[in-house]
Design a protein around this ligand. Structure first.
Ligand code: FAD
Length: 296
């Protein structure tokens, strides 16, 4: 994004003022986690996000509105530009914007990653929902997941191979999540059986990745009313509707407080080819490659 050129997405001078003068984000590089960063790397990430947002996301914003997802032979069919945009997003490492360098991530400060996200959101709020929900699922697994759950479900999301959802709302419980009825019944092996119906689940089914990790909010059987007794689990993609998928899912969770997040063994992967990036490639390599691809 040349500062001299007008951007269709953002006023760069205003952004620079907020980031570097008002918030003084360069000070974050004093912390060990961000010590390898500097203003140049922040700007490079923002520049790349802007470039991909304009070339790959903004370009099909209108077309997406005119061509809603269709269910064809049991599969969700999207316009091809969405997969193309998400390939560019994943290949350039934005699925791993917050992840550690060792995990192939950019290890960006949250504020800079948020600026990058804002480019995609400004360009195309529909398409960005797929990776945004996936990252939310990965973040949750990073905080609450076991090492095995992180390996099985979080890492593939960060690598851009899997997507994710947040299955919270139900037909009778929109904003009022304390009223959810989906039930998590503990089983002898430490897993949970989930029964219930979910509704309004964004990115609930598609063929963009190898799998979709569904984090399903549920009440633990026998728990008191209110928000303090819930569990969440994830299931593999495959069923044709989100509600159906949430009905009979075998899950596992770990002991802890009455609020639990767990996830299921994804024994079978859904269809679609892998469009992953290699986690061992550093984010700078990715950026250079992506910049080259965008500029050719
Ligand atoms: C495009 C889209 C994508 C979505 N994606 C997801 C998703 O991925 N996962 C998911 O779980 N859910 C998703 N939802 C559901 C969303 O999170 C909300 O839960 C849902 O839209 C609100 O429920 P409702 O329509 O039944 O409205 P209600 O909750 O019934 O609200 C109706 C009205 O009452 C007001 N209201 C509600 N509660 C209160 C209160 N306590 N005090 C005062 N006013 C109140 C609301 O502001 C609103 O005006 C999505 C919704 C939309 C529209």
């Amino acid at each position: 994004m040349s500062k001299a050129n007008a951007s269709p997405l953002i006023d760069r001078r205003h952004l620079d003022f907020l980031l570097y003068e008002l918030l003084d984000v360069e000070r974050l590089t004093r912390y060990p986690r961000f010590a390898e960063h500097n203003r140049e790397t922040f700007d490079a990430a923002i520049e790349l996000a802007h470039q991909i947002a304009v070339e790959k996301f903004l370009s099909h914003n209108r077309k997406s509105d005119l061509n809603e997802p269709q269910m064809v032979d049991g599969k969700v069919v999207l316009i091809p530009e969405i997969a193309d945009a998400l390939d560019a997003y994943n290949d350039s490492g934005f699925a791993a914007a917050l992840a550690d360098f060792e995990a192939g991530g950019m290890q960006l400060p949250f504020v800079v990653a948020t600026v990058c996200d804002s480019m995609f959101s400004a360009a195309n709020p529909g398409t960005v929902a797929y990776p945004a929900l996936a990252r939310a699922a990965a973040n949750l697994l990073e905080v609450y997941g076991t090492d095995e759950q992180k390996r099985l479900y979080m890492q593939p999301i960060v690598a851009g191979r899997y997507y994710g959802t947040m299955c919270l709302s139900e037909p009778q419980a929109g904003s009022s999540l304390a009223d959810i009825r989906t039930l998590a019944e503990p089983r002898d092996d430490g897993s949970y059986r989930i029964r219930g119906a979910k509704m309004w689940i964004s990115a609930g089914d598609h063929e963009l990745g190898e799998n979709i990790v569904h984090l399903v909010l549920a009440r633990i059987a026998g728990a008191p009313a209110g928000v303090r007794a819930s569990a969440s689990s994830s299931c593999r993609a495959g069923a044709s509707t989100t509600a159906a998928r949430a009905r009979h899912v075998t899950t596992c969770a770990w002991p802890g407080s009455t609020t639990r997040w767990g996830n299921a063994a994804a024994s079978t992967l859904s269809s679609s080819s892998a469009r992953s990036t290699t986690a061992t490639v550093t984010w700078w390599d990715r950026q250079t490659r992506a910049l080259r691809r965008c500029s050719t």
